[in-house]
Design a protein around this ligand. Structure first.
Ligand SMILES: NC(=O)C1=CN([C@@H]2O[C@H](COP(=O)(O)OP(=O)(O)OC[C@H]3O[C@@H](n4cnc5c(N)ncnc54)[C@H](OP(=O)(O)O)[C@@H]3O)[C@@H](O)[C@H]2O)C=CC1
Ligand SMILES: O=C(O)CCC(=O)C(=O)O
Ligand SMILES: [Mg+2]
Length: 415
């Protein structure tokens, strides 16, 4: 593949994917990275520094990532020109190299461009947003027993109201859709038709089933206890309610789950329970009874809310990692749960933990588990020693405040 404006590193090789979805990773894989807007300028170099050091230490210099910068967001506009927020080069490089990592990208509220983060997920069909939420010893938390929270969110990444199909009041498109609903479909629940904008919530059987299938497969591989389908199907019956029904169908028809009692809960032959929870009740139970939940499968918007809420329980979005994966093609883009935190841009202040832990998931995905383990060890030790960035320091007694890059160095020292 030739690119318009970017040149891959001379050394290194492409990761390739086998028919069964497993990866072929050489000792020198080329990994594309997007710096990201806002605090991307702070956390991305720190993440790279920590990764390079961990890999060097774990493999005595025999393995090394060849980093390949690709562009999105403000840096893409600077590099490629006006309007070039997500260049073809970037999407092609993700496709070619299979595994990539990105910093956060800004999305303006109201008008302006639609989310580039969502666009990458949709255009590369990275249907599962996988966000593990676990407690690292010593992390300050607002709950009494943060160690009871150990969940992995499987958030559907390509559908839902999040897909961006919406029309602004006053536009001909909105009028056309509104008139169709009212005149042809007999809709009479639009309270203020003259001033209403409309959004569409697509939820499909195919999209649901591939997400729930991935969540159950993950639960089996990782020896987890349960998979909970989180939905608001009592109100949104044919979208979120169908998500729940199709989720149970996957468990019963593809994994031989037996219905428990009157149902709909069911149990896989290996004992994993598939159950469901209504989203509002679930959000209070993650505070009161988090140990009842394990793997979570949910739709795009619920997954967004649940991600930040669960992250808060174990120390905040400063250490909440994530991955966007297509389990069929093997394509994966790793990214933090948080955004660009613009007020901290360029201050070398924020916690790089979220992006570093996203890179840990990436290393595990590549099979470089020894380097991943070293980094986790380094992070845990740095937190235990109370040598942390501002977000933890302000919640801990007698902690030492470190800058973003210093926290990276501290992790390296402790791994
Ligand atoms: N995947 C992505 O790229 C995402 C992009 N975004 C985009 O980011 C922009 C800003 O969104 P916003 O709603 O402010 O959410 P952010 O996640 O960017 O920031 C909200 C708050 O979270 C805390 N925070 C975020 N990152 C860190 C970190 N690394 N270390 C410590 N604390 C952190 C800060 O809290 P405090 O003020 O308490 O210090 C910050 O003010 C928007 O344009 C949004 O669309 C948002 C989410 C994901
Ligand atoms: O794309 C965005 O700007 C926000 C996305 C987001 O909050 C998320 O994916 O968690
Ligand atoms: Mg979010």
């Amino acid at each position: 593949m030739s690119y318009d404006k970017i040149t891959p590193p001379e050394n290194g090789t492409k990761i390739t994917v086998n028919a069964d979805g497993s990866l072929n990773v050489s000792d020198n894989p080329i990994i594309p990275f997007i710096q990201g807007d806002g605090i991307g300028i702070d956390i991305t170099p720190t993440m790279r520094n920590v990764l390079d050091s961990a890999i060097e230490k774990a493999y005595d210099g025999k393995k090394k990532i060849e980093w390949f910068e690709i562009y999105a967001g403000e840096k893409a506009v600077d590099f490629y020109g006006e309007g070039q927020w997500l260049p073809e080069d970037t999407l092609n490089a993700i496709e070619d190299y299979k595994v990539a990592i990105k910093g956060p990208l800004t999305t303006p509220v109201g008008g302006g461009i639609r989310s580039l983060n969502v666009a990458i997920r949709q255009q590369k069909d990275l249907f599962a947003c996988v966000r593990p939420v676990k407690y690292y010893n010593g992390t300050p938390s607002p709950v009494k027993h943060p160690e009871k929270t150990d969940m992995v969110i499987f958030r559907e990444n390509t559908e839902d109201i999040y897909a961006g199909i919406e029309y602004q009041t006053g536009t001909p498109e909105n009028d056309k859709l509104k008139n169709f609903l009212i005149d042809d479909m007999g809709v009479d629940q639009i309270r203020f038709p003259d001033t209403t904008s409309l959004g569409i919530k697509p939820i499909s059987e195919e999209g649901t089933k591939r997400l729930v299938r991935s969540a159950i497969n993950y639960a089996i591989e990782e020896g987890r206890d349960s998979v909970t389908l989180v939905h608001k199907g009592n109100i949104m019956k044919f979208t979120e309610g169908s998500f729940k029904d199709w989720g149970y169908e996957v468990a019963r028809e593809e994994f031989d789950a037996e219905v428990i009692g009157e149902g709909p809960w069911c149990k896989l032959p290996n004992g994993i329970v598939v159950k469901d929870a209504i989203a509002d009740a679930f959000l209070q139970q993650i505070l009161t009874r988090p140990d009842e939940y394990d793997v979570i499968a949910t739709m795009n918007l619920n997954g967004d809310y649940v991600s930040d809420a669960l992250a808060a329980c174990v120390g905040g979005i400063g250490i909440a990692p994530g991955a966007n994966i297509n389990y069929n093609t093997g394509l994966a883009v790793f990214e933090a749960t948080h955004g660009t935190a613009p007020k901290y841009t360029g201050q070398d202040k924020v916690n790089p933990g979220s992006l570093i832990l996203s890179a840990v998931i990436m290393l595990n995905y590549m099979g470089w588990t020894e380097a991943a383990d070293l980094i986790e060890k380094g992070i845990e030790a740095s937190i235990t020693k109370k040598r942390v960035t501002y977000d933890f320091e302000r919640l801990m007694d007698d902690a030492t405040l470190l800058k973003c890059s210093e926290f990276g160095e501290e992790i390296i020292k402790n791994m």
